[in-house]
Structures are given as structure tokens and as C-alpha cells.
Design a binder for this molecule. Structure first.
Ligand code: PMP
Length: 369
């Protein structure tokens, strides 16, 4: 029950035991094309989706490297560990980073993005996050995309923990680049970054001269049926199976399932008298403030040691203050009910003022509805 790496369905896990297929073989090319096509459905795009053998952060760095040059201005929506990661990557690559500092636990106000863009007309891109895993916030990506559309800047979105959980429509909303990773909503092991690129992004990157080699998008796009270098073959084979499961369920149903799981979790937490850290529902993860006097690590440790359920504490400056329950990917109502039931027992033994059953009952009522 962590927000990633997430549980892997047995059908996907078993693919890992199959022999490696050579990445220049016809057999693999067919699989690669199938995976690329099915990824487009998940990103809701007609644009190409690159498959890079790296993790989400590698995909983020590659995005900055390909869509901006050293010295250029980039605007970053920061309000958690992962929004801030865009800023850190930008600064380490000598971009001029303008931050929009959003209070942690809150979604960004799209008007602030419009204002920063108006003040920094030279900005080549705005980087944001669909679901900020560290705080459990879902940001309003659609309205921000619409307002950036009329500017010269590109909109680059980290959908690492959002893809396959939160509603995301790349083309419809006008997002220029979306970067995902294999180990979250896509129900695979870590090791792949998936990057969808709009036409505007593909045109822009042709004029960028900054240094790049392994992560050159132009190189990756030059052959749609293979990767320039040896890819993470095993995970691509697993991703093929995972995408089959996702498309069988259907994107609308996947989004709805996550919304219901998140709703039940939030409602259960509130009925236990605990405070939610985030002001928005986040389909991937729920962040909860630890009750006064109890460190979040005490809760996560007991959850694992006593009940075998892995939830996570906070990150960054709120490390000890919150714990997070992931409900992402291969996850259903039973998982939530068990997690809430175990959490109640853990909180009770830690002397938190809760009543056993209050959270479970609230979640049950949501699921019955
Ligand atoms: N962005 C978000 C929103 C994430 O949740 C994560 C991983 N937790 C990352 C980026 C970084 O991805 P990775 O750990 O795969 O490099």
C-alpha cells in the first residue's frame, strides 16, 4: 500500500521469468510497437510515446535536457518533493529556474501560473506535477494547460504517480510533454520512463543545442520500432501484459476505481478523527497527519511488523509528520478495508484517541454506495 513501487499483478510478474527476446529481433519489434500503441491510449494521445530505460527522475532530466538549453528560463510549480525536483534538475543543468512556491498540501492556483508567465515571457517551459506523491495533492493540470497553450512556452507534466490513476488527457488538454514511470499506476517494476511528446514539443526540441547523448529524444524518435540502445527488455515485456490488463478494464473504469478507493480512504481517515494533509482528493495516494505525539514512523513500522502492510511516512520537511497510504495500480476495495482496519488497531495500541471500527464502517458505506 505504498504510492510506488506498487504491487504487481501475478500475470505481469510471471512474464519476468520468460527468456529475454533480443531487442533487434522481429518478434521484439512487434511487441515494442504494441506497447507503444497501447501507451498512447493510457496517455490519451495520438503523439509518440518514448520508452526510456531509466526511472521517473531520469525521464524528468531528459525532458529538461531536450526541451530547454542552458541559460534559458523555466518556470517550476513547486509544492512538494517532486515539484521541487523539477527545480533541482533545472538548477543543476544551469537553467534559470523561476519557482511558483505553492504551500505544501495545496493545489496550485492556475492564476498564479498565468501571472508568472506574464512576468517571465522568455520562459521556454512550465513544469508541473499531476499528482504530488509527497503531499497527496492532485494539481489542476487541465486549466493550466489551457492557459499555457496561448503562450510560447511548453507545458511539461510529471505524471509519474498520476498516470493510470488520475484523469489525464494529454491531447484534449494540450499538454506538451508528460513523463511517467513503470512502477506506479502501470503496475510494473521500476526501470522505465515513458514520455509522450506533442508536436509543439517535437518542433521545439529540434532547435535546442545543449549537450545530450543517451537521452536524445531525436535519436529515440528516429526509429519508432526500436530503441537506440539496449532497452530494459524484461520490463517492456511485463508492461505489455500490464497494459493489456489496464485496457481490458478501460481507462474510464480505471480512473473511477481509483477515485472510489481514494474517496473511501479519505472518508475513513476523517471518521477516525484524523486530519488529512492535503486539501484535495488525490486518486493515487492519501496523506494523513500523524496524531499529536505520535511519529509517523511508529505507525508505519507497526503496520508492517504487526500486520504486514507497507505504508510510508512523509518525505522532505514533513517526513515525521505524515504517513501516506497508496491506493494505486493493482489495488481494490478489500485492500483499503484491510489497511484501514489494521491502521485502527495500530493507532489504538499507540494510544491515539480513535474508536475501533469508525474508519472501516465509513469506508464500507462508500463502497456499498
Ligand atoms: N515524480 C513523482 C510524482 C514521483 O512520485 C516519483 C517517484 N516517487 C518521481 C517523480 C521520481 O521517480 P523515480 O523514483 O522513478 O525516479
Amino acid at each position: 500500500m505504498s504510492p510506488g513501487p506498487t504491487e504487481i499483478p501475478p500475470e505481469v510478474l510471471s512474464v519476468a521469468s520468460l527468456p529475454i527476446i533480443h531487442h533487434r529481433s522481429q518478434q521484439f519489434r512487434h511487441i515494442f510497437e504494441e506497447v507503444s500503441t497501447n501507451l498512447k491510449t493510457v496517455f490519451m494521445t495520438q503523439q509518440p510515446v518514448l520508452i526510456l530505460s531509466t526511472t521517473g527522475t531520469g525521464g524528468m532530466e531528459a525532458s529538461i535536457v531536450n526541451l530547454s538549453d542552458p541559460g534559458e528560463t523555466i518556470i517550476v510549480i513547486s509544492g512538494g518533493v517532486f515539484g521541487e525536483r523539477w527545480a533541482k534538475i533545472g538548477e543543476s543543468l544551469n537553467r534559470r529556474v523561476i519557482r511558483i512556491d505553492v504551500p505544501w498540501g495545496k493545489p496550485v492556483d492556475p492564476d498564479l501560473v498565468a501571472q508568472k508567465l506574464a512576468e517571465n515571457k522568455e520562459a521556454v517551459l512550465v513544469a508541473g506535477t499531476l499528482t504530488e506523491t509527497s503531499t497527496g495533492v492532485e494539481h489542476p493540470i487541465e486549466p493550466i494547460a489551457k492557459l499555457i497553450l496561448s503562450s510560447n512556452a511548453l507545458f511539461v507534466v510529471d505524471v509519474v504517480s498520476g498516470l493510470g490513476a488520475s484523469v489525464f488527457q494529454m491531447d484534449e488538454w494540450g499538454v506538451d510533454l508528460a513523463v511517467a514511470a513503470s512502477q506506479k499506476g502501470l503496475m510494473c517494476p521500476p526501470g522505465l520512463a515513458l514520455i509522450a511528446l506533442s508536436e509543439k514539443a517535437r518542433k521545439t526540441m529540434k532547435n535546442k543545442r545543449g549537450p545530450k547523448f543517451y537521452f536524445s529524444f531525436e535519436l529515440a524518435l528516429s526509429n519508432p520500432t526500436e530503441t537506440p540502445f539496449t532497452p530494459n527488455i524484461s520490463i517492456i515485456l511485463q508492461l505489455r501484459k500490464a497494459l493489456e490488463l489496464i485496457l481490458e478494464e478501460g481507462m474510464q473504469n480505471v480512473w473511477l476505481r481509483h477515485r472510489i478507493l481514494a474517496t473511501a480512504t479519505r472518508v475513513a481517515i476523517s471518521h477516525l478523527g484524523l486530519e488529512l494533509y492535503s486539501s484535495t482528493l488525490c486518486p493515487s495516494v492519501t496523506a494523513v497527519c500523524s496524531p499529536t505525539g505520535i511519529k509517523s514512523q511508529e505507525i508505519t513500522k507497526k503496520m508492517l511488523d504487526e500486520w504486514g502492510i507497507y505504508i510510508v511516512a512523509g518525505q522532505g520537511k514533513i517526513k515525521n509528520e505524515i504517513f501516506r497510504i497508496g491506493h494505486l495500480g493493482y489495488c481494490n476495495a478489500t485492500d483499503i478495508l484491510m489497511t484501514i482496519a489494521a491502521l485502527e488497531m495500530v493507532l489504538k495500541t499507540l494510544k491515539a484517541p480513535i474508536t475501533l471500527g469508525d474508519g472501516v464502517k465509513a469506508a464500507q458505506e462508500i463502497f456499498l454506495k
